[in-house]
Write a protein that binds this ligand. Structure first.
Ligand code: ASP
Ligand code: MG
Length: 408
């Protein structure tokens, strides 16, 4: 049965003329067997960074609108080149920038969100037997201004297009052949995962797994769009892949699917704050006013009329957040304001946790045996995360990977 497939190729997959020709060959294999194929491409590897450098040499504080005019050009090069490569190999193709493909966004330049895609022209081209090539990472606002979606945004374009076109599958071609139980660069025993639930992938991405851009997974989860992660470096079409799909299509529910980690966070603590209504707001209000995102939050039970409050932010925001917090501490008459940016967050994720007790204590026991101190804990239905000293990160990941038998 022929399918409608959206394929996305990242920067390394289109990093040279040879690679682009290889991508064209692969696209044609799908096209030849009768599938309708829409291809979304990133800029050639390193190109977007070069554009950022150019911008920074000219006017780093300049207007975001003009930055997007520059940033969007990387993808325009690859859609044209890939279409030319397809044409050279005898396959009719047509390229579209984000604006031409009617990828409508809000006007938040450099981090725009897709609001709607009018896929009628693309559908017409597919019906005419063409391969359609769309620039990832970019769109257009209602006034015709060019926008970009934030770094790594091509994944999101691909998923959004797949949803708009009601595709059978969204295939993300990258430099790895799927999702692993943890990062194989840290744990060589990590195992390839053939299939997992969108919700599990969402937790993995938000807890630090870098395979898929988190916003793309959010989009896929919201609209139930299956994503397949494949390597564009595999020769044929029968290599390994990971299918990230609907909960009900997962036959085997496992307790722990994977171990994710994140070294990009920093911890901030304010102690001895008056234990009164509104205190959490007084502490976090100024942080969010400064546009700093907060991840984990822990507040102690009050005693003696005071309480302690700890939260984590991205490491890049650490200095600024600490300054704001210490100002708040003075205002509130708190006892102390401290911080630490040498921390790491380690999480275990698995859909089976929903119906099984004791997973968290098994995790804590394993960490205790290795003498790893847990600084903070947070949980969701299908995840347990702990914050530990950065120096224990690798040991913690290895230990949990082994204890939950992910290497088997
Ligand atoms: N070219 C853009 C970037 O490097 C978008 C992407 O690759 O997804 O961030
Ligand atoms: Mg990229």
């Amino acid at each position: 049965m022929s399918k409608l497939i959206v394929q996305k190729y990242g920067g390394t997959s289109v990093g040279s003329p040879e690679r682009i020709k290889e991508v064209a060959k692969r696209v044609i294999r799908y096209h030849d067997r009768g599938d309708s194929v829409v291809v979304v491409v990133s800029a050639m590897s390193g190109q977007t960074n070069k554009l950022v450098e150019l911008i920074n040499e000219i006017n780093p504080g300049g207007s975001a609108r003009e930055k997007d005019v520059v940033l969007s050009t990387g993808e325009q090069v690859t859609i044209g080149l890939l279409s030319l490569a397809l044409e050279a190999q005898g396959c009719p193709a047509r390229s579209y920038t984000g604006a031409q493909a009617r990828v409508m966004t809000d006007n938040a330049y450099c981090k725009a969100r897709i609001s709607n895609i009018d896929g009628s022209q693309i559908k017409q081209d597919l019906a005419d037997g063409k391969v359609v090539v769309v620039a990832g990472f970019q769109g257009v606002d209602e006034h015709g201004n060019i926008t970009t979606l934030g770094r790594g945004g091509s994944d999101t374009t691909a998923v959004a297009l797949a949803v708009a076109l009601e595709a059978d599958e969204c295939q993300i071609f990258t430099d790895v052949d799927g999702v692993y139980t943890t990062d194989p660069r840290m744990v060589p025993e990590a195992k390839h995962i053939p299939k997992l639930a969108l919700e599990e992938m969402l937790e993995m991405a938000s807890q630090g797994s870098k395979v898929l851009q988190i916003r793309a997974v959010e989009f896929a989860h919201k609209y139930d769009m299956p994503i397949r992660v494949l390597s564009s470096f595999d020769e044929g079409d029968d290599g390994k892949s990971t299918l990230v799909t609907r909960e009900e299509d997962i036959m085997e529910e496992v307790l722990v699917r994977g171990v994710a980690f994140n070294k990009d966070e920093a911890q901030l603590t304010i102690t001895g704050v008056p234990d009164q209504p509104g205190v959490a707001y007084k502490i976090l209000g100024p942080i969010s006013d400064a546009n700093i995102e907060v991840d984990m939050i822990v507040q102690n039970i009050g005693s003696d009329g005071t309480t302690d409050f700890t939260f984590t932010v991205h490491r890049n925001d650490y200095e600024q957040a600490k300054k704001i917090l210490c100002d708040t501490a003075r205002e509130l008459g708190a006892k102390d304001c401290t911080g630490d940016d040498k921390i790491a967050k380690v999480s275990i994720i698995g859909g089976g946790m929903r119906s099984h007790a004791g997973v968290a204590s098994q995790m804590f026991e394993a960490l205790a045996k290795e003498n790893i101190n847990i600084r903070m804990i947070s949980t969701s239905e299908i995840k347990v995360s702990v914050v530990v000293d950065e120096k224990y990160l690798e040991l913690a990941v290895r230990t949990l990977h082994e204890v939950f038998q992910l290497d088997q």
